[in-house]
Unconditional design. Structure first.
Length: 268
């Protein structure tokens, strides 16, 4: 199982990001190698994840007591009611802080799961398995979790770092092209913020990256995560420097609200 590892060291948590291919067969070993121990876990899985992947995960975790909760990821469903559903399962199944919540999905699934993890008994173990390029290079790192409300996106949330992030390139192979380009946009943004050499690498190799060619895609994810790591380690709670990562996001929120795009997708 070939993989690369990046260590994040914030004031509240030290954790690793493991990047590689076909990691789901070995999820149990990766968890153990990173010294995360638990007997019981709740896996929150995006409904779009294939049955094959789910059985790989189940098989690998077969020594643990495992519960599965499917989540239909959308901005509408990223709400407090769905956090409550997760908390309800954890309470009903008698989870403790020593047990673990695992998210398998994109940014929305990770945000809602991370938020539930931060609330349950003031924090239980949390492993994030981001399945989109955007979540692998952005939302899975740095501990921003939360939900949407009628007042706007992500206005309720917490900073809660995961215990481990496992980024499997295999997931990206089933993504629509548009999703890959979305993630590439974030990678490019990180390079513009902090690393001209990386920007030149992206310029030379963007086609190989967008077509997920190894080792270019791994390098692009790794370097992008490294840029975010350096910023988050200096300013975990976004007092100052971390705001630099919002450029693009702030514009997108303004664009969406100007054209009413966000409201159109909301029930309120
Ligand atoms: N996505 C911006 C941040 O994590 O700070």
């Amino acid at each position: 199982m070939k993989h690369i590892k990046l260590k994040i060291n914030t004031k509240t948590q030290k954790y690793s990001i493991v990047i590689g291919s076909n990691l789901m067969f070995n999820i149990s070993k990766i968890i153990k190698d990173n010294s995360i121990n638990f007997k019981k876990c709740l896996v929150i899985i995006d409904k779009n994840i294939s049955k094959k992947t789910i059985s790989q995960i189940k098989k690998s975790l077969n020594r643990k007591k495992i519960y599965i909760h499917f989540f239909k990821a959308s901005e509408i469903n990223k709400n407090i009611n769905n956090v409550n559903k997760i908390l309800d399962i954890l309470l009903n199944k008698n989870f403790s802080r020593e047990d673990c919540l695992i998210s398998v999905g994109g940014g929305i699934t990770g945000d809602i799961s991370g938020f539930a993890a931060s609330l349950f008994k003031r924090g239980l173990k949390f492993i994030n398995v981001p399945t989109t390029l955007l979540s692998q290079v952005d939302s899975s790192i740095g501990g921003k979790t939360g939900v949407n409300t009628k007042y706007g996106k992500n206005l309720i949330g917490s900073f809660y770092q995961p215990n481990l992030v496992i980024s499997d390139i295999q997931f990206l192979k089933t993504l629509p092209n548009r999703e890959v380009i979305c993630g590439y946009g974030e990678i490019l943004k990180h390079s513009l913020i902090a690393n001209k050499k990386f920007f030149n690498f992206l310029n030379r190799n963007y086609k190989k990256i967008i077509y997920l060619k190894s080792p270019f895609i791994e390098k692009a994810i790794f370097e992008s995560c490294k840029i975010k790591k350096n910023i988050v380690e200096k300013d975990e709670k976004e007092k100052n420097l971390r705001k630099i990562l919002n450029f693009g996001h702030t514009f997108a929120h303004a664009y969406e609200s100007f054209f009413g795009l966000y409201k159109k997708t909301q029930p309120w």
